[in-house]
Write a protein that binds this ligand. Structure first.
Ligand code: SF4
Length: 229
């Protein structure tokens, strides 16, 4: 997914030049996610955090093995499946996570009265902005095989804020990923085993029998909530 830099939204000059980003993407295309995370931790230190949707604990497991103190950000929209919150609780038991849960305000827009774009803006995008304030870089679990719209996602990019966004698993071979999950007993949302393509907020996640398109927002052209744009 091409990620443009919108100059009016940049917080600061990016920590990497375009040439450096290109070189890193070439270097990391066949690298193990651990190598990419090690580079990110060494380069950005406490300026780095990770975000997770708790569809599984893959990125958490990989990242805490490199840096146990890295901040783990979860955006609690108020509309998560009970199964997703249970993955978070199980992860809290297994890992000594430096967990930060960002929640929307009580009067945040919601999809029922304000529509999905306003709801995602209030419940996902704005909380992520708060979590990324003061950061230089962030890790995301985005993968190219998540959806057609993510098929050309970069491993390293500069996001619209001017932050370095690192997707360590973007190019990970699915077979290697599956093997890692088994070997490391990665916690996974049981809804995925039940046939869900992806797991987001319960009102907007396609049921397995819906004829999956992107896995979300059935009957609309919307494919992203905004946090990865
Ligand atoms: S995915 Fe749906 S419920 Fe969740 S924040 Fe977006 S519109 Fe709201």
């Amino acid at each position: 997914m091409a990620q443009s830099i919108t100059s009016v939204e940049l917080r600061r000059p990016p920590a990497l030049s375009r040439a450096e980003v290109d070189a890193l993407n070439a270097r990391f295309e066949t690298a193990h996610p651990t190598e990419i995370i090690e580079w990110a931790v060494d380069t950005f230190g406490t300026g780095l955090c990770l975000t997770t949707s708790f569809a599984d604990t893959l990125l958490v497991n990989l990242s805490l093995a490199v840096d146990p103190d890295i901040e783990v950000v979860f955006l609690d929209t108020g509309f998560h499946f009970a199964e997703t919150l249970d993955v978070m609780r199980r992860a809290m038991v297994r890992y000594e996570m430096n967990l930060r849960v960002e929640r929307p305000g009580e009067t945040a827009a919601d999809l029922w009265t304000n529509g999905t774009d306003a709801c995602c803006a209030a419940r996902k995008v704005a909380p992520l902005e708060r979590a990324l304030a003061g950061r230089t870089a962030w890790l995301s679990g985005l993968r190219r095989d998540d959806s057609a719209g993510r098929a050309d996602s970069s491993i390293v990019s500069i996001d619209r804020r001017g932050l370095v966004k690192v997707n360590p698993m973007a190019a990970w071979n699915p077979d290697d990923l599956a093997a890692y999950m088994t070997e490391n007993d990665i916690i996974s949302n049981p809804l995925l085993a039940d046939g869900y393509e992806s797991v987001g907020c319960w009102p907007c996640t396609e049921r397995p029998d819906a004829g999956a398109r992107s896995g979300r927002w059935t009957g609309t052209t919307k494919t992203e909530c905004g946090i990865h744009l």
